[in-house]
Every structure is written in structure tokens, then in C-alpha cells.
Design a protein around this ligand. Structure first.
Ligand SMILES: Cc1ncc(COP(=O)(O)O)c(C=O)c1O
Length: 397
């Protein structure tokens, strides 16, 4: 059986990680992999997570199954975190939330639900988008098409072009949006653009699937969900794929959720039944540990306060690096080409470099970025800002 299998192409980002690991130059800079790093270059277990984990372990008396919906207190907390405690859709019972194995699990389950509903066969994603969106959606049998979003050479959002394309999509098409901290561009919609988008989606009968993987790392927990909440107030249906990997630092615990907004409370119940049955046939139930930690943080005011403080510290670290990096690039290049970095949000920006320049960064300057020239700002230590700017300026020449 296995002899018919063809070798798979290597994952490009894993290749960048391996090349970085093999590079012994003391000045090497790793801006490839998309994980948060503190000023010392590590991806720490958050102190609030450690506290909550100790409590979970002390309290847990059984490892019995939790059920296809996952940890229910976790789901209730995530729903509140994402939509706010007073969102009208919550009061109306139009929301259901199911715990998933990470944000990827949520995206795949959402795609399976879309496929099962048989209304949409294609999902429209931003150009560019996080590379894993395509296989996650395609894995459910759906096609993927793109809408214009960002011009990487000028560092500008292509909002008018995005609207023009969405305007032409057939009713019922699903549109994948990123709530905040857009991966890979760092370019987000502003409040007015979310409003315009909400009007278009409603009028054209398009259904948003919103990827929320960086809540709290852009402008703050509330602000990062504001656009999504606005859509949920105005539209009859939407889906949200939530990841706790970054804002709780729970990467390997595979902690996330899918939230569905339905037109009525009974319809929401039907959607929940489908989500549970889809989960059941794919992986049966999600792992509990990360969700139990998040639920313990939610339930304990001290843990919650610690988590909020730590998350804010992470956010400030990433946003605080943007201005100095943009300023150093201005000084090194003598131009304004990279000024956009200062105004963007989240961990990523796209340098807009071609593959030759990306390779030169690696080979001549020991600077590792994603193949599409995405940089993870959180990978940067302050003393590396100026050498990085000089390296980028050098490969432009
Ligand atoms: C845009 C985006 N969506 C979703 C995810 C899913 O993350 P995970 O499955 O690790 O929770 C990520 C992780 O990098 C991401 O960048």
C-alpha cells in the first residue's frame, strides 16, 4: 500500500527553522517561526498558566472523557472573551461554542460544517493569507479562491479592491477574514472598514468565517475583537475559529474553539449537533488539559489578573518593537519604504522582498524570515534591530 505514496514536499517554514538551527553564527536572527518570544528569545510558559495548571492537577480526580463539545466552562469563557459578556447574540441564545484541538482544529471543523451545509463549495481568503488556510479548508473538500487584500511592495491595504471582488461573489459564499493581527501582513481593517464590510456581507448574503488567533496581541482584548463583534451584531450567521495558542501560550496543548452564530436559538442547537457529530467522526473529543487551564484562569480572579497583565506585557513588547524597527529601516535605507511597519499590528509584517533577497538575507546576513518575506517581530531582541535594518538595506541594493 505505502509504495504508491509519493514523497511530500518539505514544509517551507520548517526548512527555515532547520536552517536556522544549523547556523552557528552568533549574530543570527530568527524571524521565521510564528511564535511569541520574550526579550530573552524564549517562548515561556505564562506564569498564570503555571499557577492554573498546578490547581488543575491538584483538583483533577479523573481522566474520564469530557464529551464531543469539550470543556464547557472553557467554552463559556471563550464565548465571553470573544463576543463580550453583553453581546445581544449571546442573550438571544444564537451562539454555540465547541472546544477544538487548537485554532487549526477550529478552522477544519468550520470548513467541514460549511461542506456539510452544501450551500458554499468555495471559501474566499485574503491575498495573501496564512499558508495553512488553504490545506485546512481544502481538506474539507472546499475550493479556495482569493480576494485582493494587501500590496506587499507598497505596504498598503487594498480595501476598495477587496470590496469590488466580494461584491461579485455568489450569495452564500464563505469569506475568511482575520479578526486582527493579520497573518502574514500585519495590516488590519479599521472600524469604518469593518462597518462597510458588514454592510456588504449582509446585503450580498456572504457568510464570514473569522480566524481569531491573536486576540490581545494587537490593540488589546476588546479592540482586537471589535470588528468581529460588529459583524455578529449585524449578520444572521457567522463562524469564528479561536486559538489559545498565542494569547495563553498553550501552543502544544492544542486549545481552541469554534463559535457559530445562527439566525435563531433552535438553529444554533442544530449547528451544535452537527459540530459535535463532525468532531466525533474526526477525532472524537478534543484534549482537555489546555482548556482546563484556561477555565481555571477564568474562574480564579487572581489567575485572571495575572494572565491579563502578562498578555498586556506581550502585546506591549511586540507593538513597542515596531516604531524602532521602522525608524532603523528608514535610517538604513534612506527611504520611507518600510514606514508601514510602525502602524501595523500583531506579530507579523511582510517585508515585500523577492525570493532572491530572502535568500541573501539568510546566506549573507544570517537573517531568517519566512519564504514570503514575513517577519515575526516577536523574534527580535532590541540589540538586533539595527543589524537587521542594515541587512535588509543591503539586500535591497
Ligand atoms: C492566522 C492563524 N490562524 C490560526 C492559527 C492556528 O493556531 P493553532 O492551531 O496553533 O491554535 C495560527 C497559528 O499560527 C494562525 O497564525
Amino acid at each position: 500500500m505505502f509504495d504508491v505514496l509519493k514523497p511530500q514536499p518539505a514544509d517551507a517554514l520548517l526548512g527555515v527553522m532547520a536552517a536556522f538551527a544549523a547556523d552557528k553564527d552568533p549574530a543570527r536572527i530568527d524571524l521565521g517561526v510564528g511564535v511569541f518570544r520574550d526579550a530573552g528569545g524564549t517562548t515561556p510558559v505564562m506564569a498564570a498558566v503555571r499557577e492554573a495548571e498546578r490547581e488543575v492537577l491538584a483538583r483533577q480526580t479523573s481522566k474520564v472523557y469530557v464529551g464531543a463539545g469539550g470543556n464547557r466552562p472553557f467554552a463559556a469563557f471563550i464565548e465571553e472573551l470573544v463576543l463580550g459578556s453583553a453581546h445581544p447574540a449571546r442573550a438571544a441564545g444564537r451562539l454555540v461554542t465547541l472546544q477544538t484541538p487548537g485554532g487549526c482544529g477550529a478552522l477544519r471543523l468550520a470548513a467541514d460544517l460549511i461542506a456539510r451545509a452544501e450551500r458554499a463549495t468555495r471559501v474566499s481568503v485574503s491575498d495573501p493569507t496564512w499558508p495553512n488556510h488553504t490545506p485546512l479548508i481544502g481538506g474539507a473538500g472546499l475550493g479556495v479562491e482569493v480576494y485582493p487584500y494587501y500590496d506587499a511592495t507598497s505596504g498598503t491595504l487594498l480595501f476598495d479592491e477587496m470590496l469590488e471582488t466580494l461584491e461579485r461573489l455568489p450569495a452564500g459564499t464563505v469569506v475568511l477574514l482575520q479578526a486582527s493581527c493579520h497573518n502574514p501582513t500585519g495590516a488590519d481593517l479599521d472600524a469604518g472598514q469593518w462597518l462597510t464590510l458588514a454592510e456588504l456581507l449582509g446585503r450580498r448574503g456572504l457568510v464570514p468565517l473569522i480566524d481569531l488567533a491573536y486576540q490581545g496581541l494587537g490593540d488589546g482584548l476588546e479592540a482586537d475583537a471589535a470588528g468581529l463583534r460588529l459583524l455578529a451584531e449585524r449578520l444572521p450567521e457567522l463562524l469564528v475559529a479561536v486559538s489559545c495558542s498565542k494569547n495563553f501560550g498553550l501552543y502544544r496543548e492544542r486549545t481552541g474553539a469554534v463559535i457559530a452564530l445562527a439566525p435563531t436559538a433552535p438553529a444554533a442547537g442544530v449547528v451544535m449537533g452537527h459540530l459535535q457529530s463532525l468532531a466525533r467522526r474526526m477525532y472524537s473529543m478534543p484534549p482537555d488539559h489546555g482548556a482546563a487551564i484556561v477555565a481555571a484562569i477564568a474562574a480564579n480572579p487572581d489567575f485572571r489578573r495575572h494572565w491579563l497583565e502578562e498578555l498586556e506585557g506581550m502585546r506591549l513588547r511586540v507593538t513597542g518593537l515596531r516604531r524602532p524597527l521602522a525608524a532603523a529601516l528608514r535610517a538604513a535605507t534612506g527611504g520611507t519604504r518600510f514606514d508601514f511597519i510602525a502602524g501595523q499590528r500583531g506579530m507579523f509584517s511582510l517585508l515585500g522582498l523577492d525570493p532572491v533577497a530572502v535568500a541573501a538575507l539568510k546566506q549573507r546576513h544570517h537573517v531568517y524570515v519566512a519564504p514570503d518575506s514575513r517577519i515575526n517581530i516577536a523574534g527580535l531582541a532590541e540589540p538586533q534591530i539595527e543589524p537587521l535594518a542594515r541587512a535588509i538595506a543591503a539586500v535591497l541594493r
